[in-house]
Design a protein around this ligand. Sequence first.
Ligand SMILES: [Zn+2]
Length: 312
Amino acid sequence: MSLGSGPRELVVLGTAGAVPTRERNHNGYVLRWDGTSVLFDPGEGIQRQMLHAGVSSPRIERICVTHRHNDHCLGVPGVLNRMAQDRPGRPVTVHGPEDAFEHLRALAVVAQANVRVTVQGHPALDEEVPIADVAGSALTARALDHRVPALGYRLTEPGHVTFSRDALAAAGISGPDVGRLQREGELRGVRLEDVSTHRPGQVVAFVMDTRLCPAVGAVVRDADLAVLECTFAERDAHLATARGHLTARQAGDVAARAGVRTLVLTHVSARYDAAELGAEARTAVAAAGGTTTVHVAQDLDVVAVPPRVGRG
Ligand SMILES: [Zn+2]
C-alpha cells in the first residue's frame, strides 16, 4: 500500500549490455517510491534519458551502483551535474560496494557539482546488510558473484498487522499481551492470525551483473518486482559463467522459484533478439511451475510495482 505521494514504479532509462546500440542506451533505472526516487546503475547518457523519460532529478535522493564496471556508473557525473542545476546544495548519497568506493568518489569529484555528495562503500557480504531507509522502507544490499565485487539491492516495505478489536476481546487478550502476541506469534493458544489481518509490504529487488549463485534467489525472494540482468541466452551458458552473468533461462528459473511476481529482464546484448530471451525466460518460469510475469525491458518503459493484496 502506498503511504506517500506518487506511484510506485520503475522507469527504465537504459537497457544495453556492455555497449549501447541504436535502440538501447547504457543502463539506468529509476524506482519511484512514495514521492522519493532511487537511481540504479546510471551508465553513459542517462542524463539525457532522464529527460526523455520525464524523470526529474530533484526527487532522486540516492544513487545505487551495483559494481564499478563503467556501463553501470559512468553516468554518475552527468547526473550530479544535472542535480546541481535543478537543486543546488541538496544532498545525494551514492551507494556501492566497498570495492567501488574510490571509483565512485572519483566520478563524484570530476562532476565538480554543487551538490552535497556522500559516497558510501558497503561490504559485499553473504547476508543482507541494511544500508538506508527509503521513505520508511528498508534498503539492503547483499554480495553477488561477478568478476569484481557486486551488490544486489532489495527494498522492503514493512508489513502491517491490523488487530480485530472484537477477536481480541473474544480471545481475552488485552493490554501488553497484544504486543507479546505480535512479537511471539502465539499466546495462550491464540495465534496472531486468529485475531488480526496481515498485509505484507511490497518488495522490489535489483540484480545486475552476476553469475548464478544462491544470493540471486535470496535477493529477489517474494519480490513484487525484480529487475534481473540476462546478458546471455542459455545456448551460451558457458560464456555467462565465465564472464559472470546470467542467462535468460537462469533468470526466469530463479525468479519463478523465488516467487517473484513481475520479472523485468534487462542488460540485453546486441547479439540476441530480445524476444528470444523473453521466450526462454517464460519457458523456464513455466518449467519451474511459477506464475512470474516476464517483461523484457526496452528503454523508456515504465513498469508499475504490482499492488499487494491483504492476507487474512
Ligand atoms: Zn559488470
